[in-house]
Design a protein around this ligand. Structure first.
Ligand SMILES: Nc1ncnc2c1ncn2[C@@H]1O[C@H](COP(=O)(O)OP(=O)(O)OP(=O)(O)O)[C@@H](O)[C@H]1O
Ligand SMILES: [Mg+2]
Ligand SMILES: [Zn+2]
Length: 258
């Protein structure tokens, strides 16, 4: 089948234009659209989240649950302004901390997709899968895509690391995640991460008082235990920490309704 040739630039990628009264050639829109499409295709976003956006993120009704409405509304606003202001804000990353099914991955992907829409390059990795691929890559018989996984986690302009800490912690896991986060932190490269693991400082940093009872201690494995204290410390340095609290599990809510 014959390829469609852009009518505006005749397939050259350049058009004659005028900038501040001076004529010259500029990039045709088709080049920018093609670039965005290519980045979106290679961004590794899983099919379930391929159309996740801020527009299709629903807030609980205020009359049903005012706390959830307010909390989730502010979480979404912070994610949106990060995606709008990037790369100008003080910290190059975002870290969502919260219970399962509260929309962390949805919002992380929405932010990533809106950055791709703005022309940045973004790459999605599931934490477990990334570690498995890096481990496999030590095997001489492994394929090139596994070998490239570690390199692209270091180099990607914007990296989305989903479900941080969801892996049995070993020295190797801790060293590997620390090296990725340290490299990205030192080079001020954007990292958008999500995690279920609680952190005692997340509520303080993100400015919400949380929902734990006064003096009550969370006995689950913490973020520091999951990825190591060095990686955790750098996450706080490089990311806006967003705690998603007081929100119902969307998967369960949906299952109840249908
Ligand atoms: N507020 C919302 N509006 C619309 N869809 C939502 C909302 N919250 C969650 N979802 C959808 O529900 C599913 C679960 O959400 P998501 O995967 O973002 O949760 P999560 O916080 O990442 O959970 P986990 O910690 O288990 O990974 C997804 O399909 C997501 O698109
Ligand atoms: Mg998730
Ligand atoms: Zn064109």
């Amino acid at each position: 089948m014959a390829e469609m040739v852009c009518a505006k630039c005749d397939g050259t990628g350049w058009v004659l234009g005028e900038l501040e009264g001076i004529s010259g050639v500029t990039r045709c829109d088709c080049v920018l659209v093609e670039r965005k499409d290519r980045i979106e295709r290679t961004s590794n976003i899983p099919p379930l989240y391929q159309s996740a956006s801020f527009e299709n993120f629903l807030l609980p009704k205020e009359k049903d649950n005012p706390v959830a409405n307010r909390n989730l509304g502010s979480v979404m606003m912070r994610a949106k302004s990060y995606a709008r202001e990037y790369p100008l804000s003080d910290k190059p990353g975002l870290l969502f901390i919260g219970e399962p099914g509260t929309g962390k991955t949805h919002l992380a992907v929405a932010a990533l997709r809106s950055l791709i829409e703005r022309g940045f390059e973004g790459l999605f990795f599931d934490y477990q899968n990334l570690l498995d691929r890096i481990r496999t890559s030590y095997d001489p018989a492994s394929g090139t895509s596994d070998k490239e996984a570690y390199r692209s986690a270091l180099d990607a302009e914007i990296l989305l690391l989903d479900d941080l800490g969801a892996h049995r912690t070993t020295d190797w896991v801790e060293d590997t995640v620390t090296s990725i986060i340290t490299h990205r932190c030192n080079n001020r490269k954007a990292l958008i991460a999500t995690t279920n693991l609680p952190d005692p400082d997340a509520a303080v940093v993100s400015g919400d008082r949380g929902n734990t009872s006064p003096g009550g201690r969370d006995l689950r494995r913490t973020l520091g235990e999951g990825i190591g204290m060095r990686a955790r410390s750098r996450l706080f340095e490089m990311c806006h920490v967003i705690r998603v609290s007081g929100v119902e599990d969307f998967r369960i809510k949906k299952a109840r309704l249908f």
